[in-house]
Design a protein around this ligand. Sequence first.
Ligand SMILES: Cc1cc2nc3c(=O)[nH]c(=O)nc-3n(C[C@H](O)[C@H](O)[C@H](O)COP(=O)(O)O)c2cc1C
Length: 353
Amino acid sequence: MEKFRFLTSGESHGKGLTAIIEGIPSGFDINPDFINEELKRRQQGYGRGARMKIETDTVEILSGVRFGKTLGSPVTLFIKNKDFENWEKIMSTDPQDYTEDKSFSAYRPGHADFAGSIKYNQKDLRNILERSSARQTAMEVAVGAVAKQILDKLGISCSSKILQIGKAVNPEDFHQEIDTAKEAGDTLGGKIEVVYSGLPIGLGSHVHWDRKLDGRIAQAVMSIPAIKSVEIGDNPLGFTGSEYHDEMYLEDGKVIRKTNHAGGLEGGMTNGENLVVRAVMKPIPTLRKPLNTVDSKSMQETQAHFERSDTCAVEACAVVAEARIACVLVNEILLKFGGDSLEEILKRVNCER
Ligand SMILES: Cc1cc2nc3c(=O)[nH]c(=O)nc-3n(C[C@H](O)[C@H](O)[C@H](O)COP(=O)(O)O)c2cc1C
């Protein structure tokens, strides 16, 4: 059973986004300013679209926290879509407000429009766009910011960086790469790296496939919109065994490593080294210079639908990946150590160190 569970809801241009998180022990400090800082990080980054300038996301904590500390009860978060005032009629939940305004039918290759509209039997592709949009990752970042505050108390910290944008591997070239793509009406993807340090040994397990932490992290990161590959540690392709595996030595009676090719996981368990996760994001599928496609209503060849979109969202994607991994790690900590309060968990985690 999962110990740290959450569900999110909300459409891209609906009233807002909601999450209910269940399983947070009592006594953890939850600072809304930190959540808002994380939301801001997700909205920033060179190459984001106009929407990021319209909205500054702010979280509202609706339950589960009193005077800044968790109570052990479900924590509910809400983020208002500030653009909703311009979409109130279009995204109304009331049948009387039906309108075709902002509906579209030209599939965007690379997006969820085609398969989603067939699966859910929708003629108006907006009914698919609204939830498949990466807007939902704002709430995931908020939930991740709660998870990070739990990890912080346990001495676990996180960082991330961009390894590549388009073809550029030198950070000094990233902006130029994005400008060139933008001028051409095109989009870019890239590669990110997330590192977590301070993890106790033995999160995850080798005993069953669905308990292996590499698999759990891969699922959490791979399902971020537009992520198409996930690596733990250094990609082992082409290494020999003697080059790749991290040899062990003794220092003051402790086992140490001089390398971390494995990225902190062996046998599906944390091994005390830094957890290193890398992931590749595909180029954004909504292009200002639209791709060839088919119109779902007329069944004629046409140009794909375009609306306000990012040229490149790799930086934001790194923030989302940090958040997704934070949630997996909190769950694993609760599975291994249990406990209903901060004090109980701290004692148990510190005993292992
Ligand atoms: C932070 C972030 C921002 C994104 N922004 C856009 C965007 O502005 N326009 C777009 O078409 N896709 C955007 N995407 C990617 C799409 O959401 C994604 O490609 C789409 O949902 C299809 O899913 P898939 O690529 O995983 O198959 C973004 C993804 C992330 C993680």
